[in-house]
Design a protein around this ligand. Structure first.
Ligand code: ZN
Length: 465
């Protein structure tokens, strides 16, 4: 029996717990403690995000956590879309607040009143900000670490543009950023244009990145919204054009969360535990000295560690006396460390290092002299293997079907032709439990709707988190 394959849900919970990523025993339901190891991974993911957006001209900002009801109510669709999930603060000390305030569920209504003060002229545009903050949503569905929580570690980019065309160019740039981030994390995804009834409250349209997860569901790991002038008209965000008239800005947003970490755990891991892409591994190389009575293995281990640390790698020596090397191998495999170096008597005598790569079978020998380039090369191999496996999994679990009976419980995402109607989408969901993720972005394929037989386009259906 394979644990992950046969019981993904249980496997996932166990990994989160044994790898000490998050502790869900905190007394507020759906709000978990970020344990040091999990937090470190998330910070390294955030570093990648910051790197990708900073180089494209975004600036990081932080808006307050509280948003008044009046601010939220400016865009009615937006308030309506979120009201059922909002935490309200109604009292300050013993005094009832004059205007109750929400814990931000997302930050449009916090930022846009400020945008209307900050943006003056066409010279201020495009205006590109982002923040990485916690957002709060009172989820009523079953919560699960990193996949569905009530306190969300959230990245949100917000932009303003001279017109809709420039906002469209921004959406293209978001897609480029997503591709780059996902590549560094070894993730694959589908791009789907959400049906109108499932778009972000207040958006002209929403495109989402959906990752195929083991266990037969997809996970939304990124969203891209074009707002057109929907928000700028309500929040009065205008700029002076070159000819001196005032226009409303066009706006976009891009959101991601700790679900990226959930996808990494779920897609890359195996029955031994986590498998982490080297760039986000808190420990990239672990060194295990094999105790010896006649050779100074610890001295060699320390020397190798220093060389690698000086080259910029995150290295740990596990020289705990209380545990056997075998126990340590299992432990660090469970923690997803990409590369393990073993240093014993024969290594020191022969002036070489034995290395084991997470997720790749067999060991390799490295020269102890000038070890960094060889370590770097093997870390790249681990990354390459992660991506290969992830592409394979993605391709194996996306099936094109032409009859609803082809949907099965073990399946994942289904590419079908769909006419675009809510009726056919509902009917499909009733028959299969798979809901409509939307039209596949970039697909030009056409065919007859799987339900009604009218003309349709390629769409994706799946059960979701
Ligand atoms: Zn139809």
């Amino acid at each position: 029996m394979e644990f992950k394959k046969d019981n993904f849900s249980e496997w996932y919970n166990e990994i989160v717990e044994t790898s000490q990523l998050s502790d869900k025993r905190y007394p507020v339901k759906g709000m978990n403690v970020w344990m040091p190891y999990g937090l470190k991974i998330m910070q390294l993911i955030d570093r990648i995000i910051r790197d990708e957006v900073d180089r494209r001209g975004f600036s990081e900002v932080q808006l307050p956590l509280l948003i008044t009801r009046n601010q939220l109510a400016v865009e009615f669709e937006h308030l309506k879309g979120f009201e059922g999930q909002v935490y309200w603060v109604t009292r300050g000390g013993l005094e009832p607040l004059e205007v109750e305030a929400a814990l931000r569920p997302t930050s449009e209504s916090a930022m846009y009143p400020m945008f209307s003060l900050w943006i003056r002229s066409h010279a201020d545009l495009p205006f590109k900000l982002y923040q990485i903050v916690n957002t709060y949503r009172y989820e009523t569905k079953h919560t699960r670490s990193f996949l569905r929580v009530r306190e969300i570690h959230f990245f949100e980019a917000h932009t303003a543009h001279v017109d809709y065309e420039d906002a469209e160019r921004q959406i293209s740039e978001y897609l480029e950023i997503m591709k780059s981030i996902a590549g560094r994390l070894g993730l694959n995804y589908l791009l789907d244009k959400r049906p109108d009834w499932d778009k972000f409250p207040g958006a002209v349209y929403t495109v989402a990145a959906d990752a195929l997860m083991p266990g037969g569901r997809t996970l939304q790991i990124g969203t891209f919204h074009n707002y057109g002038e929907n928000f700028s008209k309500n929040y009065d965000i205008t700029y002076e054009t070159e000819s001196g008239t005032r226009n409303y800005v066009s706006q976009t947003t891009y959101g991601m969360s700790e679900r990226l970490l959930g996808a990494i755990i779920g897609i890359h891991g195996d029955d031994k535990g986590l498998i982490l892409p080297p760039e986000i591994a808190p420990v990239q190389v672990v060194i295990i000295p094999i105790p010896s009575a006649k050779t100074d293995v610890n001295g060699t281990a320390a020397k190798i560690a220093k060389t690698l640390q000086d080259s910029g790698l995150r290295v740990k020596i596990d020289d705990r006396d209380a545990y056997t090397p075998g126990f340590k191998y299992n432990h660090w495999e469970m923690m997803g460390v990409p590369l393990r170096l073993e240093i014993g008597e024969k290594e020191v005598d022969g002036n070489f290092i034995t290395a084991a790569r997470r997720g790749i079978s067999g060991r390799v020998k490295m020269h102890a002299q000038d070890i960094f380039p060889e370590v770097r090369e093997q870390l790249d191999e681990v990354q390459k293997k992660i991506m290969e496996k992830s592409v394979q999994f993605h391709n194996d679990h996306l099936s094109s079907i032409s009859e609803t009976y082809e949907v099965n419980k073990d399946g994942n995402a289904y590419s079908v032709f769909w006419c675009g109607s809510k009726e056919c989408s509902d009917r499909f969901e009733e028959m299969t439990e798979a809901s409509c993720l939307g039209l596949r972005v970039g697909s030009k394929k056409k065919g007859k709707c799987i339900i009604c037989g009218k003309d349709g386009h390629e769409a994706v259906f799946s059960r979701t988190y």
